[in-house]
Ligand binder design. Structure first.
Ligand code: PGA
Length: 254
């Protein structure tokens, strides 16, 4: 049985002071410890990784990053190497978020190189895929998501695929307050799993976790948590408040 993962994507929010205060408040909101049957991760901005990582030690809550570079080191001003993240105890790294793709020009080839760089350093990528509104309206959801999955996973071994996390995030649902329905999300997630099974085998496809992301909040979490296909959530806005994030962790217990 797959354990759901609820991951906080803070995006470009929270100073070190705000981030460290959050961890204490989250612990309190969870009643002191992470409940059984669910995993949780916090992906703060790079500047808060170290102090948040220190505070998360021993809590069972994992540390995640929002991005990394594909190379191990070198003259890449402003970038952060996978080994630098691993050294801080980072376990998960978000790769190919739609904001990276649309605002920073990341294409499938770069996303794939980042996924491979993460695995080289023992990090677990959370690979984001999802269609834009015009693609959904044109009936292209399956083609777009299949292409992103195929290219994103290129060159991986079945063992790596089994460890990977995919976040299905329809772009029109991110930050808009307009979430997909549970049924729609589950249908696309089934399709992704079948595609992975066809390319990497049933065992890897059944082990891989596939989250839903896009306007998930405590009020609608149950709509997604009740589908066994949906292995947790990648949460932006609703992860910024410790009580709300704690409620989401509780909602996805399996
Ligand atoms: P949202 O963001 O929960 O604010 O819609 C999700 C994401 O971008 O990962």
């Amino acid at each position: 049985m797959r354990t759901p993962l609820v991951a906080a994507n803070w995006k470009m929010h929270k100073t070190v002071a705000e981030a460290t205060a959050f961890v204490g408040a989250l612990q309190a909101a969870l009643g002191g410890s992470l409940p059984a049957g669910v995993e949780a991760a916090i992906c703060p901005p790079f500047t808060a990784l170290y102090p948040v990582g220190q505070l998360l030690r021993g809590t069972g809550i994992a540390l995640g990053a929002q991005n990394l570079y594909k190379e191990d080191q070198g003259a890449f001003t402003g970038e952060v190497a996978p080994g630098m993240l691993a050294e801080l105890g980072v376990r998960y790294v978000i790769v190919g978020h739609s904001e990276r793709r649309s605002l920073f020009g990341e294409d499938d080839a770069l996303v794939n190189a980042k996924v491979r760089a993460a695995f080289r350093h023992g990090l677990t990528p959370i690979l984001c895929v999802g269609e834009r509104l015009e693609e959904r309206e044109a009936g292209e959801t399956e083609a777009v998501v299949t292409r992103q999955v195929d290219r994103g996973l290129e060159g991986l071994s079945p063992a790596e695929v089994a460890r990977l996390v995919i976040a299905y995030e329809p772009v029109w649902a991110i930050g808009t307050g307009r979430a997909a329905t549970g049924e729609d999300a589950a249908a696309v997630i089934r399709l992704i799993r079948e595609r992975v099974a066809a390319r990497f085998g049933r065992e890897a496809a059944e082990a891989l976790r596939i989250q839903y992301g896009g306007s998930v909040k405590p009020e609608n979490a149950g709509e997604f948590a009740r589908y066994p296909e949906i292995d947790g959530a990648l949460v932006g806005g609703a992860s910024l408040d410790p009580r709300s994030f704690a409620a989401l962790i509780q909602a996805f217990r399996r």
